[in-house]
Design a protein around this ligand. Structure first.
Ligand SMILES: Nc1nc2c(ncn2[C@@H]2O[C@H](COP(=O)(O)OP(=O)(O)OP(=O)(O)O)[C@@H](O)[C@H]2O)c(=O)[nH]1
Length: 352
């Protein structure tokens, strides 16, 4: 019997640093190792794949990257994930490792369970589930906006769904993990980091390792090659959602996303300030995309996680490529799409 292909599942909330970690992993994986990458994103712009495809690492060529963008991977297991795996496994060239980056809103449990489907169980196994946690978001208390109220409710009835959607999802992602990476340590002071780590530790199964990192810089040897066969241990990785809904299909009604395109903008500083104002005014959780800055030969990659907006020129515009500004916006439902679009359109030039 040939050895099963190890697969690393990378999960973690919106903007925690999953793509940054994958980028680091591809750049530092042993040369000659062939890695297939399955990228699942919430929102239809394909920003993560575009960022990863641009890094030009030999370990993962563009044709080895598959994007699953029809919703979160946990809801599209049968229709998308299994066929994608089967197609990867049917290729003539064999992969040494598979890496799956889930969307920030995905529950890992249905994906882990899918590795027990006979269609793929004979050929692949989960090497480890890695959950990336955003130290800055946790320090700012972004997962439990009103902790006092949540605790009061919890005291009244232990069985009900009392967590905020964000907190619950995060706990599901922690409970699924074989390893936690506490990322963005550069944004948090040591005392707060200690507190964040203690809070995370309280949610973990015994033996789950915690690694601290900035920009996903972790030892790749520790990340790839954990040998956990996590799919065999799914019973020990409970999910709030599955417990409460008897395993029924998980919907993402709690969250909403849309994308928009601006034909022209006034300028870089104005755009970034407008994005920052919009995020604060409308509680946007995540915004990302690319912008066409007047006079710039390169496109501007924009990343906003909560109130923090960053931007960098990631590559020159390609000949014939439409120079437009495209953004994806993600937040808790209901998002006031019209008001958000109107707010972002303030960065367009005023017609003469
Ligand atoms: N300061 C700081 N920024 C980071 C760190 N890791 C990632 N970022 C930034 O955080 C933003 C989001 O990072 P991503 O890697 O795209 O996060 P993600 O989890 O893949 O995001 P989604 O796929 O949208 O859920 C980007 O602007 C990154 O550059 C870190 O350790 N420190």
């Amino acid at each position: 019997m040939t050895a099963k292909i190890p697969t690393t599942v990378i999960t973690g909330f919106l903007g925690a640093g999953k793509t940054t970690l994958v980028r680091h992993m591809l750049a530092h994986a042993p040369k000659g190792k062939r890695i297939a990458l399955i990228i699942n994103e919430f929102g239809d712009l394909g920003v993560d794949k575009d960022i990863l495809a641009g890094c030009g690492d030999e370990t993962c060529r563009e044709e080895d990257m598959v994007e699953l963008s029809n919703g979160c991977i946990c809801c599209t297991v049968a229709d998308e994930f299994i066929p994608t795996m089967q197609a990867l496994l049917a290729r003539d060239e064999k992969f040494d490792h598979i890496v799956i980056e889930t969307s920030g809103l995905a529950l890992p449990q249905p994906l882990i369970r899918a590795f027990n489907w006979p269609e793929i169980k004979a050929q692949v196994t989960i090497d480890g589930v890695v959950t990336v946690a955003d130290a800055a978001a946790l320090a700012e208390g972004r997962f439990a906006s009103d902790e006092a109220a949540v605790d009061a409710q919890r005291r009244q009835d232990e069985m009900l769904d009392h967590e905020t959607p964000l907190g619950e999802l995060f706990e599901d992602q922690l409970s699924a993990a074989d390893m936690i990476i506490i990322n963005k340590t550069d944004l948090v002071d040591p005392a707060m980091l200690e507190k964040v780590e203690q809070n995370i530790r309280a949610e973990l199964r015994p033996g789950v390792g915690i690694v601290r990192a900035a920009n996903g810089h972790v030892d790749i040897a520790a990340l790839l090659g954990m040998g956990m066969s996590s799919e065999d241990d799914i019973a020990n990785r409970p999910s709030h959602h599955e417990l409460e809904h008897g395993g029924e299909t998980h919907e993402h009604d709690d969250f909403d996303s849309f994308s928009l395109t601006l034909d022209a903008i006034k300028g870089k500083d104005d755009l970034l300030a407008t994005i920052e104002d919009t995020i604060k005014a409308h509680d946007v959780l995540r915004l990302k995309g690319f912008a066409a800055i007047p006079g710039a030969a390169a496109r501007l990659a924009i990343q906003a996680v909560g109130p923090r907006v960053t931007a960098y020129f990631d590559r020159p515009w390609k000949p014939g490529e439409a120079k437009v500004t495209s953004l994806v916006v993600i937040g808790e439902s209901p998002l006031d799409r019209d008001a958000i679009v109107e707010s972002l359109r303030r960065s367009e030039p005023v017609p003469a």
